[in-house]
Design a protein around this ligand. Structure first.
Ligand code: URA
Length: 226
C-alpha cells in the first residue's frame, strides 16, 4: 500500500494489468529532439518568464511513452531540484500513477509553463512566492509544449488542472465539469486529452477526492485498451 498522507490515501490497483506503455520506435531520436528543443529555448524563456531567476524545468520520463502528463508550472521544490513534480503535489501524483498501474518512468511529465511563476522574482528561494501563470507566460511556452507533444506522439495526454486543460483544449470550461472524459486534441485528433484535477487542488479541497477517484478508475480502464 502506498501512503503519502492518510487523508489522501488511494489504493493501488490490485490487478495484473500491464498496459502497453511505449511505442515501438527507438527512444534515442526522440530524446535528442527533446534535448535540442529545450536547449534552443531555455535561455530565452528563462529571461522572458523570470528575468533569469528561475530554472527552465525540462520534461522528464520516457520519450517513448504512450501517456504524457502536463501540469501547470513548476513550484519552489521543482525550481530547486530542476525537475517537474518533485514536491508535495508530485508525491501525490506518483501515488495516482500507481493507482492506475503506471510508474513515473513509464510516462512523460512536463508543464504548461516552464519556469516557476513567482510573485517576486527577486526572492526565488522564498516559500509562499508562488502565483498562477499569466496568459502571456502560457503563450510564450505553448510552442514548446506543442513541440514536446509532436516529438513524443503520446496516445493519451492527461492534463492536470485548469491551465493545462484550457491551453490544450482551447476551452474555458471549468475543470470539474469536463474532467474524467476523453477529448480529441484539436492540434492532432488522434491524441486523446484526459483532463484531471491537479493534485494540489486536493490539498485545498479534500471534497474533490471522490471525483478524482472516479476519474482515476476511468483512466485505468482507458489505459487497458491502449
Ligand atoms: N505543479 C505543477 O503543475 N507542476 C510541477 O512541476 C509541480 C507542481
Amino acid at each position: 500500500m502506498i501512503i503519502l498522507n492518510e487523508k489522501y490515501r488511494l489504493q493501488p490497483r490490485q490487478s495484473s494489468f500491464s498496459p502497453v506503455l511505449t511505442t515501438e520506435r527507438s527512444a534515442a531520436p526522440k530524446e535528442r529532439a527533446l534535448a535540442d528543443l529545450y536547449s534552443a529555448n531555455e535561455k530565452r524563456v528563462r529571461a522572458a518568464l523570470s528575468r533569469g531567476q528561475a530554472k527552465f524545468i525540462r520534461g522528464e520520463g520516457s520519450a517513448e511513452a504512450a501517456v504524457m502528463l502536463i501540469g501547470e508550472a513548476p513550484g519552489l521544490d521543482e525550481d530547486r531540484q530542476g525537475r517537474p513534480f518533485i514536491g508535495r503535489a508530485g508525491k501525490l501524483l506518483n501515488q495516482w500513477l500507481a493507482v492506475v498501474g503506471l510508474k513515473r518512468e513509464d510516462v512523460y511529465i512536463t508543464n504548461t509553463v516552464k519556469c516557476h511563476p513567482m510573485k517576486n522574482p527577486k526572492t526565488p528561494d522564498a516559500r509562499g512566492n508562488d502565483r498562477p501563470p499569466t496568459p502571456e507566460e502560457i503563450k510564450i511556452c505553448w510552442p514548446i509544449v506543442k513541440k514536446e507533444i509532436e516529438i513524443i506522439q503520446p496516445k493519451i495526454i492527461v492534463t492536470l488542472g485548469s491551465p493545462a486543460t484550457r491551453t490544450l483544449l482551447n476551452s474555458r470550461d471549468p475543470i470539474t465539469q469536463i474532467c474524467g472524459r476523453m477529448f480529441p486534441f484539436p492540434e492532432n485528433p488522434a491524441i486523446q486529452i484526459f483532463p484531471l484535477c491537479h493534485p494540489a487542488a486536493l490539498f485545498h479541497n479534500p471534497n474533490l477526492k471522490k471525483l478524482i477517484e472516479r476519474d482515476l478508475r476511468t483512466l485505468a480502464q482507458a489505459l487497458q485498451s491502449l
